[in-house]
Design a protein around this ligand. Structure first.
Ligand code: F6R
Length: 235
């Protein structure tokens, strides 16, 4: 595990974008695993800035997002589809065919999970996966107690996660109760992982990865077994 402590948010975003740049230069047809949330906003800005300066292209890149809420249409402002469109996809030369997020409106959600998992394998697995971390240690929407052997699945969001994410909705009641997320095993199969955490409120989670052993009660602790993880953090 490589630990990079940064002094400010900007530096975290720059360091993360630089790892993605190196990946794209090494392998222009990379399969990227992407995250949403507040933490990576600066990272996406930096990635778009470098793309616009001509450092790399997304024309051959494939992406798979970690998760999506169940019940939100992709054009709803609070969906992760919409977040990705606004913060990255609409600003780069990626082909729409190469963009993948779970479909939270699928009629058969279990079949959707199996299909998503199979699609990732079909593309040869994820080369570089971006992660944020919840204050309860969740990665993707894998809440405490999720099996380390889980594949893409449906989750019931923890109450604390719904409260935490309610800032993106008008009211807490509007926050969906369910989501589809890549599983812990799906994430662990990525060849390389970068986890970003910024702010005082995230430091307890970072300390737990650093100091505690592995436990399904703290999902991010699984990363201790991964051969190529970089954690970029600061407060
Ligand atoms: C988002 C995701 C979540 C977030 C986590 C942190 O796709 O999978 O695990 O990374 O909830 O969210 P922020 O960055 O908003 O603190």
């Amino acid at each position: 595990m490589r630990w990079i402590e940064v002094n400010d948010y900007q530096e975290m975003s720059r360091q993360a974008a630089s790892l993605f740049e190196q990946q794209l230069l090494r392998k222009p047809d990379s399969v990227l695993g992407l995250a949403t949330g507040g933490t990576p906003l600066g990272f996406y800005e930096e990635l778009v800035r470098k793309y616009k300066q001509g450092y790399f292209s997304f024309s051959e890149v494939k992406t798979f997002n970690l998760d999506e809420y169940v019940g939100l249409a992709s054009n709803e402002s609070t969906s992760y589809h919409n977040y990705m469109e606004e913060n990255l996809f609409s600003q780069i030369d990626i082909s729409p065919d190469n963009i993948h997020l779970p479909n939270g409106l699928a009629e058969d959600l279990l079949a959707e999970c199996a299909h998503y998992e199979q699609l990732i394998q079909q593309y040869g697995g994820i080369d570089l996966q971006l992660l944020g971390i919840g204050v309860n240690g969740h990665i993707g929407f894998n809440e405490p107690g999720t099996s380390f052997h889980s594949a893409t699945h449906i989750v019931t969001l923890a109450e604390e996660t719904r409260i935490e994410n309610s800032k993106y909705f008008h009211t807490k009641q509007e926050v969906p109760r369910y989501a589809i997320t890549m599983g812990i095993e799906t994430i662990m199969q990525a060849k390389q992982i970068v986890l970003l955490a910024f702010g005082e409120h995230k430091m307890a989670s970072i300390k737990r990865i650093q100091q505690d052993g592995m436990s399904e009660d703290f999902p991010a602790s699984c990363l201790k077994e991964h051969p190529n993880v970089t954690i970029i953090y600061g407060k």
